[in-house]
Ligand binder design. Structure first.
Ligand SMILES: C[S@@+](CC[C@H](N)C(=O)[O-])C[C@H]1O[C@@H](n2cnc3c(N)ncnc32)[C@H](O)[C@@H]1O
Length: 368
């Protein structure tokens, strides 16, 4: 029998103490500890996902079937050691599963991260990576200064991300593709579950690349609609409208909604993922301006993710709000349902409705 030195022989009492501690951690604290690890390593886990998306790993595994580590490295033309580290992260995070020595994507990962899936959110991953990730390093400074300190990461002198993106067409394109991915499902709900049959001319304020009005026009054959956005974004919107062959009913009008009047003759003003950008005061100002511009019976519609009225979540509101403070404008956040309703009423709209959709999205509709 080999001799074990006394320093390596734990006492009975210390073995019991360690055993109790392990038992408590495994049984009672596991979920909470996992939550701490996921938060502490959030930046690393996000980069693990980003690397896999940028290497198109989910698409390749979805299309070619399960592969071994060596086959994956070969397929990507990369060394096996770093691929091993990447695969460890993806399996631990639950994006891939390992059966024997082969790796395959979990079904949710296929749906969300394989570029061949119609529901993929790879554009959102790229937006988070190329635009938000650097900026959010400055969250603490933004809290202290109460302004969007993270904007300093981007060239230009303008006060909002939207204006600065005009200096960087590549980033503007990444941004607009992400907005389209966020809106794709959301505007589908809007088109399906909100009645636009009485609307003659709709303006989508901050309507981006036109994805919303294209979807609404497809669902409502007589609807005419406009995007109202900055000149560079209107160019993107016009190109999309043309490629959808909807120029006879859709167009884009360049303007700044705080300075320029809304386009004339509209009877529905839509603010889609827009009120989260601005302060309470600016949102109230926009609602008063919308009320003044609409004819009697006209409607204003706010559509975005909502914060719970009791201010306890959801996680999507907790994730989105720091972005608006630290980067986008320094003044917005995801407000609660009841804040929006109060502002719409205060602006003079008589009937105010609330409609809830999936994934914490909702619409507030006010009728003049
Ligand atoms: C968060 S994106 C939302 C895009 C689109 N509404 C959607 O749902 O996907 C905000 C949009 O508002 C535009 N925007 C920002 N400030 C604006 C202003 N003052 N007037 C008009 N558009 C503005 C930006 O260019 C951008 O396209």
């Amino acid at each position: 029998m080999s001799h074990i030195p006394s320093t390596a022989r734990p006492s009975w009492s210390s073995r019991v103490a360690v055993g109790v501690r392990l038992f408590v951690e495994r049984i009672f604290l596991r979920r909470k500890l996992d939550q701490v690890v996921r938060t502490l390593g959030g930046h690393i886990y996000f980069q693990t996902l980003t690397a896999a998306v940028r290497l198109d790993l989910f698409t390749r595994l979805t299309e070619k079937g399960p592969m071994t580590r060596g086959e994956i490295a070969n397929e990507l033309g990369l060394e096996e050691k770093p691929i091993r580290i990447l695969l460890l992260g993806l399996v631990a995070l639950g994006f891939l599963r390992k059966r024997g020595n082969r790796y395959a994507p979990e079904s949710l990962a296929t749906r969300l991260f394989s570029r061949s899936s119609p529901d993929n959110i790879t554009a959102i991953v790229e937006w988070q990576h190329f635009i938000n990730y650097r900026a959010l390093y400055h969250f603490e400074s933004a809290i202290r200064a109460n302004r969007n300190v993270g904007l300093e990461e981007f060239p230009g002198t303008e006060p909002t991300l939207y204006e600065r993106l005009a200096h960087a067409p590549e980033l503007e394109d990444i941004f607009q593709r992400a907005m389209q991915a966020i809106s794709r499902q959301a505007n589908d709900w809007l088109a399906r579950y909100v009645d636009f049959s009485d609307v003659q001319l709709l303006v989508d304020v901050g309507g981006g690349n036109g994805a919303n009005i294209v979807r609404l026009a497809r669902a409502n054959p007589t609807l005419r609609a406009l995007v109202f956005d900055s000149p560079s974004v209107c160019e993107i919107a016009r190109a999309n409208i043309a490629s959808e062959k909807l120029e006879d009913r859709l167009d884009a009008v360049a303007g700044n909604c705080f300075v320029d009047p809304f386009p004339a003759g509209v009877d529905c003003i839509l603010f889609c993922h827009f009120f989260t950008i601005w302060s309470e005061d600016r949102n109230r100002e926009l609602l008063r301006k919308a009320h003044a511009a609409l004819p009697p019976g006209g409607t204003v519609m706010l559509f975005n993710m909502m914060q719970d009225d009791d201010e306890t979540g959801p996680l999507t509101a907790a994730m989105g709000s720091p972005y608006f403070l630290t980067l986008a404008t320094g003044e917005g956040m995801l407000y609660t349902w009841s804040e929006y309703e109060t502002w719409v009423r205060e602006a003079g709209f008589s009937a105010v409705y609330r409609r809830a959709f999936a994934r914490n999205h909702g619409a507030i509709i006010g009728v003049k």
